[in-house]
Design a protein around this ligand. Structure first.
Ligand code: FB9
Length: 492
């Protein structure tokens, strides 16, 4: 710091930096900047950084300054011999510089070709401008003629650099000694009154607060919370989804999914090895109703007419949809049937090929509405209201198939950004084979809908690969820094 005080004593005039400036070749720019900032924070100095563009020479340029330019050296060799210089000998005489020198000597009009030889085309030896310009750059770090400077740069003879200087002047609190600055007012200072003579470091109100290391919510959880609030606002109760392993009974049979349905194949479903089977449900009437409705038909349905296997129904699987939980909840509702709204948002598992938008698991969002004599029109009306809450107000419905709902509809939304309709979910009226098997009255109709959590989250955060959202390749910085999400802004 002592050296720096010398600089402070010498107030630099307003002119450009000249040799009167004091140089500190051994001080790093960051150190210098930090020291000056520290003195300025105490109002001891006022300083202004001045950055100048400087140029240094490449090794080839250094050789030109020492030996002359390639073109002047070629001219020297041509002038040496009365009959000039054989073109074939240029490389031997001048090495790699020969070809360059020959090009520029021709360009400058210094030599001309006679047969297989180069002869002088000038009567007096010209000035070696290249060497002179490079010498000037070496001495001053620049060249007054911008065109010539640019020409040397284009010939890759210069390296661009930056010279940082500082204009330093005395500040209102200038002194040759640095007073110890108090940073905090202490109770002792107040009691003794010493604060009156203390010098306190000025508060930097521009300083950003220190980042407090803390956890961060995953974007999926942020979007999940937005959906949860929408469901709560629309009168839904959250279902308990903390059981990932289900029996085939709850995951398929109660949903009237036949035991030979492709969704039950190994390439779609994860089967548990140990334990391999679940117990039968306590409600034996329900168990028998499901057996009948599959095998012989019941409740007005002709069923699937196949030998229903109790063993198959007891097999344990990783749930392939949260509709398994919906089935449990509706079965419980049958004990006291009344209008109800349930929702769930949780992981489901599919043994499918993974790609940029699909993993072997995803989070399903599911809503179930039970009401007296509700219809497909009520479902469509509800979907309009539900998606309008997230800025999606242009829906279309397309007939679809699900084993457990009839009729079923795929839901599409108009994506203005992509200028096309995109699929945003699936829905339908749960079948009587499912509802009456569990003991619900015919008048209590139930419809449901589902979508994934990953798809809206990827849209919201502009992600195209699901691996940027889930899995071991996720960028933790993205998790920590991604913005809060609001679904009520248009999402698609
Ligand atoms: O989520 C999906 N797309 C989607 C959802 C929302 C969105 O932005 C929000 C509107 C603001 C953007 C896109 N889909 C369903 C459609 C496609 O992504 C599809 O390719 C993938 N589907 C998953 C299943 O794939 C094996 C999404 C997932 C899905 C599909 C159906 C259901 C649940 C999840 C269901 C159901 C259901 C039906 C009837 C009764 C009860 C549940």
């Amino acid at each position: 710091m002592a050296d720096l005080q010398l600089v402070v004593l010498k107030t630099v005039n307003d002119g450009p930096i000249d040799d009167t400036a004091i140089k500190f070749p051994d001080i790093e720019t960051n150190t210098m900047q930090g020291t000056l900032s520290s003195l300025a924070a105490r109002s001891m100095i006022v300083f202004k950084p001045i950055e100048l563009e400087v140029w240094t020479l490449t090794p080839e340029a250094e050789e030109i300054v020492e030996k002359g330019s390639h073109e002047i050296r070629l001219l020297d060799e041509v002038i040496k011999n009365l009959d000039g210089l054989k073109i074939a000998d240029v490389g031997k005489v001048l090495g790699s510089a020969g070809k360059l020198g020959q090009q520029r000597a021709f360009k400058n009009g210094w030599v001309k070709k006679e047969g297989d030889r180069l002869v002088a085309n000038v009567s007096d030896k010209p000035v070696d401008e290249t060497a002179a310009d490079l010498k000037a750059v070496k001495e001053t770090g620049t060249l007054s003629n911008a065109l010539e400077l640019n020409e040397l740069r284009k010939r890759k003879l210069l390296i661009k650099g930056k010279k940082v200087s500082y204009k330093v002047e005395k500040g209102p609190e200038f002194a040759l000694e640095i007073k110890k600055l108090e940073t905090d007012l202490t109770p002792e200072m107040v009691a003794s009154g010493s604060w009156k003579t203390q010098t306190f470091k000025p508060y930097n109100f521009e300083a950003e607060g220190a980042l407090t290391p803390s956890g961060a919510l995953h974007p999926l959880n942020k979007v999940r919370e937005e959906f949860r609030q929408i469901f709560f606002a629309m009168g839904f109760t959250e279902m308990p989804t903390n059981q990932y392993v289900e029996s085939g009974f709850w995951n398929f049979d109660t949903l009237f999914v036949p035991q030979q349905h492709p969704a039950r194949d190994l390439q779609d479903t994860f089967y548990i090895k140990d334990p391999i089977e679940a117990d039968e449900p306590e409600d034996k009437t329900y168990w028998e109703n499901i057996h009948k409705v599959h095998e012989t038909g019941a409740f007005g349905s002709i069923g699937y007419r196949y030998p229903w296997s109790a063993k198959e129904s007891r097999r344990l699987v990783l749930r392939t949809h949260t509709t398994a939980v919906s089935s449990r909840m509706l079965h419980q509702l049958a004990a006291d049937p009344k209008p109800a709204r349930f929702f769930s948002i949780d992981r489901v598992f599919r043994n499918e090929a993974v790609d940029a938008t699909h993993l072997a698991e995803f989070h399903q969002i599911e809503g179930v509405i039970a009401g007296d004599d509700i219809t497909l029109g009520d479902l469509i009306g509800f979907m309009d209201r539900f998606f309008k809450r997230m800025g999606v107000d242009k829906l279309r419905f397309k007939p679809a198939y699900n084993p457990y709902t009839e009729p079923s509809m795929e839901i599409f939304a108009w994506h203005a950004g992509l200028n096309k309709w995109i699929e945003i979910g699936n829905s339908g009226m749960f079948r009587p084979e499912m509802l009456e098997s569990m003991g619900l009255p015919k008048t209590l109709r139930v419809h449901g809908f589902g979508l994934s959590l990953e798809r809206p989250t990827m849209i919201k955060y502009g992600l195209s690969n699901i691996r940027d959202l889930l899995g071991h390749k996720v960028n933790l910085e993205f998790i920590e820094s991604n913005p809060a999400v609001r679904l009520d802004e248009t999402l698609v």
